[in-house]
Design a protein around this ligand. Structure first.
Ligand code: MEV
Length: 429
C-alpha cells in the first residue's frame, strides 16, 4: 500500500505501469475494500458455473471481459476510481487522460432529475378515447393504491407510485390510449417493479374504459431519470485555443449531422456502457434510453454540448437518462459486479448514475480532442498492435517489443507481427 493509496486521490501517476496485483492493492486500499471483494478482483476468471447457470437459460460457458480502472476522476468534489468493463483498447486510458486535464479545475459537477421509471399500458379498441382518457385520470388515487400494493417493500424504502399520464397515439392500427404509470424505484433499476404494476393494473384499465389491454411494459426512454454532468477544461490545460476551437467545430459537426452524431454518441457510450456493465447493470436499457433521448427533438443529435466560457475555456455538458440500480438482478448476485461497486463507494443508484454520466462526458472529450488533433489511430493502433502481437503468439516482454516494431514499420497486421516475432526469437540468446 502506498501513501497515495491511503490519501484518497484518484490522481495515481504511473498506475498503468504497475503489475496487476499492485493495481489491485492500490484500489483495495483506496476504497478500503472488504477481503472478499479484494479476493474476487484477484480472480480475473469467470463466475461460478452454478451461479451463471442460474442467471440465464441454456448456459454453456461465460466470457470474460477485462476491467480497467479510470484514474483522475473527481465527481462532485470526491475522488473516485472508476471500474470500466470493455473489450476496446484506449477507452479506459482516454477517460483518465481527459479527467486529468480538468482535475485541477474541479473535475465534474453533476445533478439528477430523479429516480422515476415509466411503465406503459396499451389500450386498443376504444371508440371514445378522449372520454376514456379522463376516466383513467379520474382514478389516479385508486391506481396509486393498486400500484403501491404490488410492492410494499419499495414503498417502505420511500419509493412507489408518483404520477399518471394518459396519451392518445395515432397509429396505422387506429388510435391507441397509452397510460404511463410513473414510479419512483429508488436504488433499483426498477424494470421488475414497474412491469409487475403495469400487468396488475391493465385489466382494471380495460374494465373501466371498455378497451382491450395489450402491451404492459416499461419504457427505456427513462426521461424522469435524467442525469447531467458538466466540467470545464482550461484552454491552457488542453493545448490552447486552437485545440479548443477545433473541438467546438467537431461538436457542431456531430450535433448537426446524424451520421456523425451516431459515432460521436457511440464514443460516449464506450464509457457509459463500460461502467454500466462493470456494475452488473443493463447496458441495453441504458443504450436504448440514451439514443432515444438523443432523438427527442425529432432529429438525432449529440448527447453532449460544448461551448467556450467567458474566460476562454472549454465547457462540456452531458444529459441523458440513466436507469441503473444498486439492488436486484445481476447487481445483487454477481460477485465481481459487487466488488467493483464497492470500489466506487456509492451509497445510492443516483450516486452511481452521476459517476456514469461524468465518465460519458470525459470519454467524449477524449475522442473529440484526439479526432480534432492527431486523429485516433496513433494511440489506438499502438494498443491494437499489442493485441496483434498476442494473436501471433507473443508472450511476456515479446508483446511490447513486437508491438513497438510493427508500429515503427507502420504495418500493424498479423503477417508483419509474425515475421517480427520470428526475428526476435531467432535473435534471442
Ligand atoms: C471509437 O470506439 C469511438 C470514436 O469513434 C468516437 C468518436 O468518433 O467520437 C472515436
Amino acid at each position: 500500500m502506498t501513501d497515495q493509496a491511503t490519501s484518497h486521490t484518484s490522481r495515481i501517476p504511473g498506475f498503468h505501469k504497475l503489475p496487476v496485483e499492485q493495481r489491485i492493492d492500490h484500489v483495495a486500499a483506496f476504497a478500503n475494500l472488504a477481503e472478499e471483494h479484494r479476493r474476487q478482483l484477484a480472480l480475473a476468471s469467470n463466475i461460478d458455473t452454478q451461479l451463471a447457470d442460474h442467471m440465464i437459460e441454456n448456459m454453456v460457458t461465460t466470457i470474460a471481459i477485462p476491467v480497467g480502472i479510470a484514474t483522475n476522476m473527481r465527481v462532485d468534489g470526491r475522488d473516485v476510481l472508476v471500474p470500466m468493463a470493455t473489450e476496446e483498447s484506449s477507452v479506459v486510458a482516454a477517460v483518465g487522460n481527459s479527467a486529468r486535464q480538468c482535475y485541477e479545475a474541479g473535475g465534474f459537477t453533476t445533478s439528477i432529475s430523479g429516480t422515476e421509471m415509466i411503465a406503459q399500458i396499451q389500450l386498443l379498441g376504444l371508440p371514445d378515447p378522449a372520454r376514456a382518457r379522463l376516466i383513467i385520470l379520474e382514478r389516479q388515487s385508486e391506481i396509486e393504491r393498486i400500484c403501491n400494493a404490488c410492492d410494499p417493500m419499495l414503498v417502505s424504502l420511500g419509493g412507489g407510485f408518483r404520477d399518471l399520464e394518459v396519451r392518445r397515439v395515432e397509429t396505422p392500427s387506429g388510435e391507441m390510449l397509452i397510460t404511463h404509470i410513473i414510479v419512483d424505484t429508488r436504488d433499483a433499476m426498477g424494470a421488475n417493479a414497474v412491469n409487475s404494476m403495469a400487468e396488475r393494473l391493465a385489466p382494471d384499465l380495460a374494465a373501466w374504459t371498455g378497451g382491450r389491454a395489450l402491451l404492459r411494459i416499461l419504457s427505456n426512454l427513462a426521461d424522469r431519470r435524467v442525469v447531467r454532468a458538466r466540467a470545464t477544461w482550461p484552454s491552457t490545460a488542453i493545448g490552447g485555443d486552437d485545440v479548443r476551437d477545433a473541438m467546438i467545430a467537431a461538436y457542431h459537426f456531430a450535433d448537426n449531422d446524424p451520421y456523425r452524431a451516431a459515432t460521436h454518441n457511440k464514443g460516449i457510450m464506450n464509457g457509459i456502457s463500460a461502467v454500466v456493465l462493470a456494475t452488473g447493470n443493463d447496458t441495453r436499457a441504458v443504450e436504448s434510453g440514451a439514443h432515444a433521448f438523443a432523438a427527442r427533438t425529432g432529429r438525432y443529435r449529440s448527447l453532449t454540448s460544448w461551448e467556450v466560457t467567458a474566460s476562454g475555456d472549454l465547457a462540456g455538458t452531458i444529459e441523458l437518462p440513466l436507469a441503473v440500480g444498486l439492488v436486484g438482478g445481476a447487481v445483487k448476485i454477481h460477485p465481481t459486479a459487487r466488488a467493483l461497486l464497492a470500489i466506487l463507494q456509492v451509497k445510492s443508484a443516483s450516486d452511481l448514475a452521476r459517476i456514469v454520466a461524468a465518465v460519458g462526458l470525459a470519454q467524449n472529450f477524449g475522442a473529440m480532442k484526439a479526432l480534432a488533433t492527431e486523429g485516433i489511430q496513433r494511440g489506438h493502433m499502438s494498443l491494437h498492435a499489442q493485441n496483434v502481437a498476442f494473436a501471433v503468439g507473443a508472450v511476456g516482454d515479446e508483446v511490447a517489443e513486437v508491438a513497438r516494431r510493427v508500429v515503427a514499420q507502420s504495418a500493424i497486421n498479423e503477417e508483419a507481427a509474425a515475421v517480427v516475432l520470428a526475428e526476435l526469437r531467432r535473435a534471442a540468446p
